[in-house]
Design a protein around this ligand. Structure first.
Ligand code: 3HC
Length: 298
């Protein structure tokens, strides 16, 4: 299947990042806001990201303008009807995604590659509600999408080899470094990364170290760009908790259950960088430990 136009459903952090990557690689992109409200804010945010690249001398102004000209925003899912590839990046809720896949089947032709950027949900479960199942797959990008090279291509139960091969070539064309993974909860990266972050939180709860000493140790001793708490805050604590719960529901082992501290922070609306506070308080420069974590979490 020759891909000449890409549709993105969902213009949150990941959807926008993926739209940017595809437009940057020369593809016309239609980006659909999946929730009610104007897409203007999403468009502005993407343009700001491109402007920062221009300001830092990483991109010429004419390249930015060309990227912007390849992007069309819409509130109407039907705008993806003439795309050969659709990537959905809506809220991590299996019923929402299943309903979306059903609607996409009625909007797009039977050959359109319909893919999901889910972190930990079953691609096969989304495929199950579709009639033409061989073109359903996962296309899992990493945050920040314009920077991280990996895309996991998820081979669900009835995905065809042709679909996988088309997605593989597409990922290479957009400058990514794909890996093909069978459809298991968390795939490769999140299946390893989620328990790593949960273990760091349990280590904090046991008093092994502080937030900053554990982060420092993993950066300085294991060569990682971010420590586990910085990473959890960066991904979003609600997302980390949801990933943990999905893996836990699959394997039913307490090792994968979200620790109390994570649940409490999410309950309090401390979702990490995006809400201004998570394990760290980002209102301070440099960020300091969230003062609410000075008391033991029970
Ligand atoms: N959009 C575009 N470019 C960005 C960006 C963004 N949102 N954030 C950073 N960049 C670019 C910068 O422009 C810079 O580019 P340059 O080197 O060409 O100038 C480069 O990335 C480095 O950025 P900074 O110098 O500002 O900051 P750092 O050096 O601290 O790097 C980081 C930031 C790339 C986020 C780095 O800390 C990192 O790699 N962290 C780990 C991220 C990670 O593990 N992501 C995966 C999370 S798991 C996931 O996404 C799965 C999902 O299902 C939850």
């Amino acid at each position: 299947m020759e891909i000449s136009k890409v549709g993105i459903i969902g213009v949150g952090t990941m959807g926008l990042g993926i739209a940017q990557v595809c437009a940057q690689a020369g593809y016309p992109v239609v980006a659909v806001k999946a929730t009610p409200g104007s897409w203007e804010k999403a468009k502005k945010s993407l343009e700001n990201s491109l402007n920062r690249s221009v300001e830092r001398g990483k991109m010429k102004p004419e390249e930015r303008d060309a990227i912007v000209s390849r992007l069309v925003f819409s509130n109407d899912e039907r705008a993806v009807a003439d795309c050969q590839l659709v990537i959905e990046s809506v809220i991590e809720n299996i019923d929402t995604k299943k309903d979306l896949f059903k609607r996409l089947e009625s909007i797009c032709g039977p050959d359109t590659l319909l893919t999901t950027n889910t972190s930990t949900l079953s691609v096969t479960a989304m495929m199950a509600v579709c009639k033409y199942r061989e073109r359903i797959a996962g296309l899992h990008f990493f945050n920040p999408a314009p920077v991280m090279k990996l895309v996991e291509i998820i081979h669900a139960f009835e995905t065809s080899e042709d679909a996988i091969s088309s997605l593989n070539s597409f990922c290479t064309k957009i400058g990514k470094d794909p890996v093909i993974v069978q459809d298991t909860t968390g795939f490769i990266v999140n299946r390893l990364l989620t328990p790593y972050m949960l273990n760091a939180i349990r280590m904090l709860e046991r008093g092994t170290g502080t937030i900053s000493s554990i982060d420092h140790a993993m950066k300085s001793g294991a060569g990682l760009p971010m420590g586990p708490f910085e990473l959890a805050d960066y991904i979003g604590l609600d997302v980390v908790e949801a990933m943990a719960l999905n893996i836990f529901m699959d394997v039913r082992h307490e090792h994968h259950a979200p620790p109390h501290t994570l649940t409490r922070l999410v309950q309090l609306g401390y979702l990490g960088r995006k809400s201004g506070k998570g394990f760290y308080d980002y209102s301070q420069k440099p960020p300091v430990q969230n003062p609410s974590l000075q008391r033991p979490v029970v």
